[in-house]
Design a protein around this ligand. Structure first.
Ligand code: SF4
Length: 316
């Protein structure tokens, strides 16, 4: 864990690849079964029209072009030499299989690539799509799948209209694991309806499932979403920043120490924003979380004592 109180992604990448590695976002003209009518048309109640790809280049550019432009930027700005192609916006396995393979192949051709990261929904993972990734792994690329889950509380999943429950997530994680790829899970620790019990259970379920990465994000609210309307009508409450910091610290305490935190604090979209990060910059929130961990002299995994037959410790 180096000197940090939680396992940081940047150090993990440096240890794994021997140098700094940056993610190059790719934005495809895609959709999501929760928006195109298959499951529904409104999407998750917090989903903006960008499909969470608001930091990407335009999706009218080819995969090759987007990778080249982003790479040039990261090389110029940070002197980076190694990259991960990151299929970020929308649901990147929600294409016909041949199209999916072509997309991945187009990205895999880029030079200086060490990995491919594919963001999707738990109900858009199948054995045949995972098998299509095996040749790229054999080529030496590190493959991980990012799954939006947001919470393990299946009642909250229903409320936010995810269109899948916890079971599909568990199934996807186990299938990905059987094919030997890594899993990154997205979690929001302040969804309306979730409390500290859910926060702890999020950490415990992810640890029990042995996922490799976690990305945290606080809930942001944008205009023209169902959540935006509920918020403006005063129908939902957002917890305070102090309480959110406590939740993140508790989550980390229960999370297995091997899980790498890819993102501790997310950034909200700049456009059409109604609520995001309590009007506080993401790095300040990160400082608050790290400061609170110092104050409590706590660290990731401190309370991760519940796996492998806790009650049997009595006889050990
Ligand atoms: S799964 Fe992602 S893209 Fe689809 S509706 Fe939900 S947030 Fe939007």
């Amino acid at each position: 864990m180096s000197h940090s109180r939680y396992r940081q992604y940047s150090s993990h990448l440096r240890d794994k690849f021997g140098e700094k590695v940056y993610k190059l976002p790719i934005n495809l003209i895609g959709s999501c079964p929760n928006r195109d009518g298959l499951l529904g048309t409104g999407g998750c109640i917090f989903c903006d029209e960008e499909g969470a790809g608001f930091e990407c280049l335009s999706n009218t550019k080819s995969i090759k072009q987007q990778l080249a432009e982003n790479k040039a930027f990261f090389k110029r700005r940070f002197g980076a030499d190694k990259f991960i192609a990151y299929f970020q916006a929308f649901t990147n396995t929600y294409f016909p299989l041949e199209q999916f393979k072509e997309n991945i192949a187009a990205a895999a051709q880029a030079e200086d690539l060490v990995g491919i990261s594919i963001s999707t929904r738990p109900d858009c993972i199948s054995d045949e799509y995972l098998e299509a990734l095996i040749p790229f792994a054999r080529q030496g690329l590190d493959v991980d799948i990012e799954l939006g889950l947001q919470t393990v509380n299946y009642h909250t999943l229903e409320y936010v209209n995810r269109g899948h429950t916890l079971a599909e997530f568990i199934d996807a994680v186990m299938r990905i694991d059987r094919k030997g790829f890594d899993v990154c899970c997205h979690i929001i620790l302040n969804l309306p309806g979730d409390n500290i019990v859910d926060v702890v259970e999020n950490a415990k379920v992810l640890s029990a499932l042995n996922v490799q990465y976690v990305k945290l994000h606080s809930l942001y609210i944008v205009e023209k979403t169902k959540l935006g309307r509920q918020y403006l009508e005063g129908k939902i409450n957002i917890i305070s920043l102090q309480e959110y910091v406590e939740r993140v610290v508790t989550f980390l305490e229960y999370l297995h120490p091997d899980i790498v935190i890819q993102r501790l604090v997310g950034k909200g979209p700049k456009e059409q924003q109604i609520f995001s990060n309590w009007d506080t910059s993401w790095w300040k929130i990160r400082q608050m979380i790290e400061g609170r961990m110092e104050e409590l002299d706590t660290y990731q995994g401190k309370k991760c004592d519940y796996l492998n037959g806790k009650a049997l410790n009595k006889f050990r």
